[in-house]
Write a protein that binds this ligand. Structure first.
Ligand code: PLP
Length: 273
């Protein structure tokens, strides 16, 4: 029996999580007008039991989970079933690329902001694919990538500068044999999102002003997609602004606290409860 099978799931906690994810899914369906949207449940600093509850009890199962810290992701991936699709969405450091790329069910890295990090992920994913070709497990796939764009220009946010730098990085990912470019990601300036929310609109019937980060990311995506000659997706929107992001054309939203509740401070976070 794996750790996952013996890990206990508290029934009332599981019921609450399942209900929250259901609510978020229906808000997404409504805001996206039934466009296909991927919900990444952001489980950083939340215990593995919570993730297992959603993976086994949500209907349909919730299998996409996002994490911000490389080591925490590695520990959870070790503990939890292989059908989970992990997303690394945190600030990416070169020193973590190797360990991340070698997690077989790491599905996407959403925070690639330099060619060097793309090359490291590509090299180590390539090694993993080559090494597993003889084993009986399903072989790990190419690693999906979002190029993170710093749309707000805030120095505290990571991401590649919009324009030529973003296009060059996307071309490098596109050329990497063990990576698959899915699209672009932004965090954006949450303050701007809130200012653009309907409640802040001074005049009742006025069209909702669109968040500038979302508009800029979409424009960057359109440029890169036309340069590469194929469609690319947008990952934008978190708990506070995912409906606005969907209205702006997002294909993937990353929602944490609305599903899991508020997060503990990092030193107090526990992987196993
Ligand atoms: C934490 C985090 C989220 C989720 O934030 P919530 O406000 O809890 O929904 C989404 N994206 C990134 C990059 C994050 O770091």
């Amino acid at each position: 029996m794996s750790d996952a099978e013996i890990m206990k799931i508290d029934p009332s906690r599981a019921a609450a999580l399942v209900s929250q994810v259901k609510t978020v899914r229906s808000r997404i369906a409504h805001a996206a007008h039934d466009r296909d949207v991927r919900l990444v449940a952001v489980s950083k600093l939340k215990p593995a039991n919570d993730i297992l509850a959603l993976a086994r009890q949500a209907e349909p199962p919730q299998l996409h989970f996002g994490e911000n810290y490389a080591q925490e992701l590695a520990q959870k991936a070790e503990l939890l079933p292989r059908d989970i699709r992990w997303h690394f969405i945190g600030g990416l450091q070169s020193g973590h690329c190797k360990n991340l790329a070698k997690i077989p069910n790491l599905w996407c890295v959403s925070s690639v902001d330099t060619e060097k990090k793309a090359q490291l992920l590509d090299r180590h994913r390539g090694e993993l694919i080559a090494a597993s070709s003889s084993s009986s497990d399903p072989p790990p796939a190419k690693l999906n990538i979002h190029v993170q764009v710093n749309t707000s220009g805030e120095s505290s946010k990571s991401g590649c500068a919009p324009g030529a730098a973003t296009l060059a990085l996307c071309r490098a990912v596109e050329a990497a044999p063990s990576l698959h470019l899915l699209g672009l990601m932004t965090i954006g300036d949450i303050g701007r999102s809130l200012a653009a929310a309907p409640a802040a609109s001074p005049d009742e019937g006025a069209a909702e002003p669109e968040n500038e980060d979302f508009r800029l990311l979409r424009q960057q995506r359109d440029e890169v997609a036309s340069a590469l000659g194929r469609p690319l997706e947008l990952s934008m929107g978190m708990s506070a602004d995912f409906e606005a992001a969907l209205a702006a054309g997002s294909d993937e939203v990353r929602v944490g606290s609305t599903i899991f509740g508020s997060r503990p401070p990092r030193p107090e976070a526990k992987i196993k409860e």
